[in-house]
Each structure stands twice: as structure tokens, then as C-alpha cells.
Design a protein around this ligand. Structure first.
Ligand code: CO
Length: 172
């Protein structure tokens, strides 16, 4: 029979173990990059005109122009939330990656979180080496004109996480 000390040690070492179907359980080692600030929270919406008007007129937010991103299958705009942005996403085209999301949640919902990292390619190599699944082999150019990549939501507690290359602060 295991001693109390041994079972306490086992409990401590297993305290942060993810459920078996979450691949994070297989993680090896620690990140060699640092997760940066929350750049935006993205909401999938069925009607971006209506959604952007709601944020602008009903909530008093400053909202950017609509931007069509055919390569990503979305039309986007950004709500200035002061310390971060809210990205509104409407499907664009027949193969939009958010069409399935809206089929399940027709009135819209939380689609992803986006954090900045200094170097997306370095972060991707590091994550891959430690068993975190990515949704693409190469980074894509996102709405801000910088490289982005998405992590598999099964490895991030069911919420899609985007990493976006940080834009260096301009010298003043
Ligand atoms: Co995004």
C-alpha cells in the first residue's frame, strides 16, 4: 500500500494534469517564448452591420470600418475596448471557417482569443515540439497585416486561441 507521503507527492504532481482527451497532458517541457498581451477577443456574428451598430450606438464604442478578408473567409471590424479590442467576424464566401460555428450558434458567440507573441514562427516551432496542435503548418497574414496562427481548441480548453506577431512599438 502506498504511503501517505507518496500519494501526496502523486496528488501534487498530477494536480495540473489535463483530462486524457486534452492533448496538453502530453506536453513536454516549458515554453521558450512568452505569451504577450490580449490583442483581441473575437465574436462570430451573423450580421456584422447590425453587430457593429450595436457596439457603436448602443454601447458607445469606437468601431473601425468593415474589412473584407477573402483569404480568411470573413468580414471583420474592430471595437476599441480601451485595453484591448473586440473583433466582430461575419462569414464571407461559401467556405468560411466560421460558417460551422454559426450553424451551431446562430445568434453568434465567443469565437477566439488572440494573444501577442514576439515571433509567431518561433512560437509555432516551440509549440509543435512540445505536442500542442496548430491549425496550420504556416502562419497566415491576419487582419493587422502581421503573421498569425491558431492553436487547436482541444488543446486550449475548447476555446480557439490565436497568436499574433506583436507589432513593435514605434520610436517616439
Ligand atoms: Co482574430
Amino acid at each position: 500500500m502506498a504511503s501517505i507521503a507518496a500519494s501526496a507527492r502523486r496528488a501534487a504532481c498530477c494536480a495540473f494534469r489535463a483530462p486524457a482527451r486534452n492533448n496538453v497532458a502530453a506536453l513536454r517541457g516549458l515554453a521558450t517564448f512568452q505569451l504577450g498581451r490580449l490583442n483581441h477577443v473575437a465574436l462570430a456574428v451573423p450580421d456584422i452591420e447590425q453587430a457593429s451598430a450595436m457596439w457603436r450606438d448602443a454601447l458607445g464604442a469606437s468601431v473601425s470600418e468593415l474589412q473584407a478578408l477573402p483569404d480568411h473567409g470573413v468580414t471583420v471590424c474592430f471595437v476599441d475596448a480601451g485595453n484591448t479590442h473586440v473583433e466582430l467576424l461575419e462569414p464571407l464566401g461559401d467556405a468560411s471557417p466560421i460558417a460551422g460555428f454559426l450553424a451551431k450558434s446562430p445568434s453568434g458567440g465567443l469565437h477566439h482569443l488572440c494573444h501577442e507573441v514576439d515571433d509567431v514562427e518561433a512560437a509555432m516551432a516551440d509549440l509543435k515540439a512540445r505536442g500542442v496542435r496548430l491549425l496550420s503548418e504556416e502562419p497566415k497574414i491576419g487582419a493587422h497585416g502581421v503573421p498569425v496562427v491558431f492553436l487547436h481548441p482541444k488543446d486550449t480548453n475548447g476555446v480557439l486561441v490565436e497568436l499574433q506577431q506583436a507589432i513593435p512599438a514605434e520610436d517616439s
